[in-house]
Design a protein around this ligand. Structure first.
Ligand code: SAM
Ligand code: SF4
Length: 329
């Protein structure tokens, strides 16, 4: 599938639930209202949806959320989608998780054909972890990461850089990750959905973080790409890779290869724009996938050129109203 700007769409991210067992301060309010369960696509419908995208040329699928591993019976979906890996129709099936349920599921993820996962960790300080995630327990997440490593999963750590909260810990996180053969990707906060606080207070430009690290480490530019928006450097002293996702300081849209499906079957063609296509209607309208395929093609033909996130004190409202937990980042 090619979009109007000639970009090949080969990557689908699927939010399998908007629910989560954490309430990260930059992502959600503490008293989030979640979608009524009846609005969600069933696991069978999610499988049909993903399989239609695979048939249209998607080569990489990422399950995310909310927290994907808190959706009941999610392993049924993961195991089912594993068949596309075995048939060669899909290059990669992967997952972004907060790690809380990994100790339980790591083995099954490997059995389904998953090789790499992303785990979000913003701090290694248990008290701070409690403050950032509100409901999370650091021990549980670190235990989950160990279980995943032992099961043979390759792990990338995602860390949202938060001004005055974890900015003094970035180096510690990097060393911790690299010592365990895990890459680390830093992310700037994005203005998505109302939260309890003010995002201007959380925003820390990664250009600042990078300049600080560069005083003590050699950050060698490398060509490494995962098909995502991160730009990577190799840290000579640790041997590990460090990625930067900078939606606000660097526009990464020109190489965008992805679209995002919510757990209700809405397709967002851009993380930073409101335009969306309802794929649940064509999915449910017929048992045959013809209508769904046409709706997917029509949606891709509307993929916009890019986003224009801005965070400053003059723009107090989020750039898009939906939360990251709807589309999974
Ligand atoms: N619950 C899983 C997790 O935390 O990894 C998957 C979903 S979460 C929405 C995906 C990623 O988005 C996480 O790494 C999280 O830190 C990041 N995220 C959430 N809200 C964000 C925001 N407003 N700006 C930047 N990153 C955000
Ligand atoms: Fe949950 Fe992930 Fe959002 Fe944190 S970032 S509240 S873990 S969905």
């Amino acid at each position: 599938m090619l979009d109007p700007f000639g970009r090949k769409i080969s990557y689908l991210r699927v939010s399998v639930t908007d629910r989560c067992d954490f309430r990260c301060v930059y992502c959600m309010t503490e008293d989030m209202t979640f979608l009524p369960k009846k609005d969600l696509l069933s696991l069978e419908e999610l499988d049909r949806m993903c399989s239609a995208f695979v048939a249209k040329g998607v080569r990489k699928l990422r399950l995310t959320g909310g927290e994907p591993l808190v959706r009941r019976d999610v392993m049924k979906l993961v195991r089912g989608l594993g068949r596309h890996l075995r048939s060669g129709a899909l290059d990669e099936l992967t997952l972004t998780t907060n790690g809380s349920q990994l100790a339980r599921f790591a083995g099954e993820l490997v059995d389904a054909g998953i090789k790499r996962i992303n785990v979000s960790v913003d701090t290694l300080d248990a008290a701070k972890f409690g403050t950032i995630t509100r409901w999370g327990k650091l021990d549980q997440v670190l235990g989950g990461i160990e279980a995943a490593r032992e099961a043979g999963l390759k792990i990338k750590i995602n860390t949202v850089a938060l001004r005055g909260i974890n900015e003094d810990e970035i180096e510690t996180l990097m060393i911790w990750a690299h010592e365990r053969d895990m890459d680390l990707t830093l992310i700037e906060t994005m203005p998505m959905g109302e939260i309890d606080g003010d995002r201007t207070d959380q925003y820390l430009p990664l250009s600042v973080v990078r300049a600080r690290l560069a005083k003590h480490y050699s950050l060698d530019e490398i060509d490494y790409r995962t098909g995502g928006p991160a730009r990577y450097v190799r840290v000579a002293e640790t041997g590990g890779k460090l990625g930067f996702i900078t939606p606000l300081t660097h526009n990464f849209c020109e190489s965008c290869n992805r679209v995002r499906l919510t757990c209700t079957g809405t397709l967002y063609m851009c993380l930073g724009q409101d335009d969306a296509a309802d794929l649940r209607v064509p999915l449910r309208a017929s048992a045959d996938d013809g209508l769904l395929h046409s709706a997917i093609e029509e949606a891709i033909s509307r993929k916009p050129k890019g986003h224009d996130f801005i965070i400053d004190r003059r723009h107090q409202k989020p750039a898009v109203a939906r939360h990251m937990s709807m589309t999974g980042g």
